[in-house]
Design a protein around this ligand. Structure first.
Ligand code: TYM
Length: 334
């Protein structure tokens, strides 16, 4: 399309998007839009791997797409589509599943965490990373901008791409993860040893993109802090304040040493009061665009339809090559 390297990333339409998703992934997608040939997907098939409510999935898909558009994903510069609208993802997932091993899938941290304590562990949850690998290599993505928690899945993706190439001949680009040093692991406001997560039962552990200003002020005020009173970055000894400093620094675009200087001799409460305002100001334009899109869902649906058509064209051309390499289907008539 443009000669630029291709970037692919995805997000699940489960629950409200939080500032961890925003700072770890979405914000980087938006900032890097001119650097790459971009494809972003709302991965609804992945969202089926844990029990879910079918009547809500479609509305969540539209909500997440709206949030991405509101955050600045520009359909002129990026393909934005819903994963299940492009059937080739599931076809390639099957093919890659024949190359993946039981042992490597069993070792996936996310699988171990999400299956912990459940009596019935769906095979879809086990196969989840294979579908993710298919998402990425189907488009020959070179770069995958994600948060830290996805690193292991991208490593598996690289292994599967290499294994396919070694087995059937050079076919796929082997992608690199793009994980930023700051913001790739935003922690829970209620417990700085856990990552901020959509599935955390405590809604005060995360700030969602749609939270109104007073809700943000309340959540920041209640956020856990460390002992002592000094606003200083030290992930070992002060994990809670270090997390809040990271959030402040990214929203305000001010370095952490500069923030430490500004808040030297001031207590946590003044720091937290300012932090809430910085988050509110950062989210305000996104929330305004979200309101505009909510009044006009047709725009979002049409954008996703157009995105799916563009993604399908790329995916079907790639799968024609893959089928041939694997010996699937009929030979051409001569
Ligand atoms: P998902 O929907 O859980 O999260 C979307 C993106 O947000 C990042 N993220 C975080 N970053 C920093 N701090 C946090 N606390 C935090 N929580 C989430 C995630 O790393 C991710 O980048 N398996 C993926 C979806 C997926 C995908 C793909 C991603 C499916 N196919 C292909 C990349 C490429 C997931 O569950 O993301």
């Amino acid at each position: 399309m443009t000669g630029k390297p291709r970037a692919f990333s995805g997000i699940q339409p489960t629950g409200g998007i939080h500032i961890g998703n925003y700072l770890g992934a979405i914000r980087n997608w938006v900032l890097q839009q001119d650097q790459y040939d971009n494809i972003f997907s709302i991965v609804d098939l992945h969202a089926m791997t844990l029990p879910y409510d079918a009547s809500e999935l479609r509305s969540r898909t539209i909500e997440v797409a709206s949030a991405l558009l509101a955050a600045g994903i520009d359909p002129q510069r990026s393909i934005l589509f819903v994963q299940s609208d492009v059937r080739e993802h599931t076809e390639l997932c099957w093919i890659l599943g024949t190359l993946a091993t039981f042992g490597e899938l069993r070792r996936m941290t996310q699988f171990k965490e999400k299956s912990k304590g459940s009596e019935r562990v769906g095979a879809g949850l086990f196969f989840y990373p294979v579908l993710q690998a298919a998402d990425i290599i189907l488009y020959d993505a070179a770069v995958v901008p994600v948060g830290e928690d996805q690193k292991q899945h991208i490593e598996l993706t690289r292994d599967l791409a290499l294994r396919f190439n070694n087995t059937f001949g050079e076919t796929f680009v082997v992608p690199e993860p793009d994980i930023k040093p700051a913001g790739a692991r935003i922690m829970s406001l209620a417990d700085p040893t856990k990552k901020m997560s959509k599935s955390d039962p405590d809604p005060d552990s995360r700030i969602e993109l749609r939270d109104p200003p007073d809700e943000i002020r309340r959540k920041v005020r209640r956020a856990v802090t460390d002992s002592g009173a000094e606003v200083r970055f030290d992930e070992e000894r002060k994990p809670a304040i270090s997390n809040l400093l990271t959030i402040y620094s990214l929203f305000a675009d001010v370095s952490i040493p500069e923030l430490e200087r500004r808040y030297a001799g001031k207590g946590y409460s003044e720091f937290k009061r300012d932090l809430a305002e910085v988050i509110i100001t950062g989210l305000q334009p996104i929330q305004q665009r979200l309101d505009e899109l909510a009044a006009n869902p047709g725009i979002v649906i049409r954008t996703l339809q157009a995105g799916a058509a563009r993604a399908r064209a790329l995916a079907s051309a790639k799968m024609a090559v893959v089928r041939e390499r694997c010996g699937l289907g009929l030979p051409p008539l001569d």
